[in-house]
Design a protein around this ligand. Structure first.
Ligand code: DON
Length: 307
């Protein structure tokens, strides 16, 4: 058996007794229904290899991981103008925090906290209807993963739209500072739907490969973003991808990563591989508890930490 496949299976075996630890997100009612006793690991390497263990082919709600794809699309559309709307600093606050927004006059700290991703959704709307932009995001996820079966889970999107009071507040607050160009309902329509993309670890690891390969898709042989842009997206993932848990993740795993409250994490080992893990139980920062442990073991055993 391939050495990396053995390593991935070893990580799964070593964490098997911990599966189910952490607390499933319940503030989005549809997510509360997910069985916490699941763990998937998928490692996509630059030579096109895919190594998986556990529930790697079960689709889950990628939630905030989608913010990596919308940031990529946003930079593609407006380039560095994006940074006039959103900062590039770690927030040190929870993903749904509102406190800094008032001090910073409606300009969110970074594109991965909810407020920042809402600002990016506004930018990529660019005068279009929400439905067109949602279609574009799904198309981009399918293109990156090389898999046309990827869809949005409309029950999750609806569930979040019905209960997303905090995001509705964040969007209205930004709009009051003149920071959103489109109606709040349109912007949130895009945001809730991209968070509800359903993907498996295998699909997600494949989709993240361009970030590990200097902006190139090594499987298709086509360029997704410039080398410089891939490096910059990775730097944002490292500093801000786990919100107020970003320092702990960098300390333990040492790779750029982006988490989602569905329990998924996408991590990037530049020049080596793109890794997706999923286990629904979350830690106190809203990041997958067993997923982060899997990445910690994987990084230790492969020596892939960037430090
Ligand atoms: O807006 C929300 O609260 C969710 N759609 C996404 C939050 C999320 O995934 C935070 N990540 N750990």
């Amino acid at each position: 058996m391939n050495e990396l496949q053995e390593l991935v299976e070893g990580v799964y075996r070593d964490l098997k007794n911990h599966i189910g630890e952490g607390k499933v997100a319940d503030y989005i009612p549809e997510l509360a229904k997910v069985d916490p006793r699941q763990l998937g690991i998928a490692v996509a390497t630059l030579d096109g290899g895919l190594h998986v263990a556990g529930d790697a082919d079960t689709a889950f709600s990628i939630q905030s991981i989608s913010k990596v794809f919308t940031l990529t699309l946003g930079l593609g559309k407006v380039g560095d103008t994006l940074w006039t709307r959103v900062g590039r600093e770690p927030s040190g606050s929870a993903f749904n925090s509102i406190v800094q927004l008032e001090y910073e006059k409606g300009r969110p700290r970074n594109p991965f906290i909810n407020a920042g991703a809402i600002a990016v959704a506004d930018l990529i709307l660019a005068g279009h209807q929400p439905r067109e932009v949602i279609g574009e995001i799904v198309h981009f996820a399918r293109f990156l993963a090389g898999d046309d079966s990827i869809v949005i889970d409309h029950e999750v999107a609806k569930s979040e739209a019905e209960t997303g009071y905090r995001n509705i507040a964040l969007a209205n607050f930004m709009r009051s500072f003149g920071r959103l160009d489109h109606p709040v309902e349109h912007v949130l329509g895009v945001y809730f739907h991209h968070c509800a993309l359903a993907m498996s670890c295998s699909q997600l690891a494949r989709a993240g490969l361009y970030l590990a390969a200097g902006g190139n898709d090594p499987v298709l042989g086509s360029r997704v973003v410039s080398r410089e842009r891939a490096r910059r997206i990775n730097s944002l993932m490292l500093m801000c991808g786990h919100y107020d848990g970003s320092g702990d993740f960098a300390y333990r795993v040492g790779l750029p990563g982006k988490s989602g409250v569905g329990g998924g994490i996408l991590a990037v080992a530049p020049g080596k591989a793109s890794i997706a893990v999923w286990s629904p139980g979350l830690n106190e920062y809203g990041n997958s508890q067993v997923g982060a442990a899997a990445l910690e073991l994987l990084a230790q055993r492969t020596g892939w930490s960037i430090f």
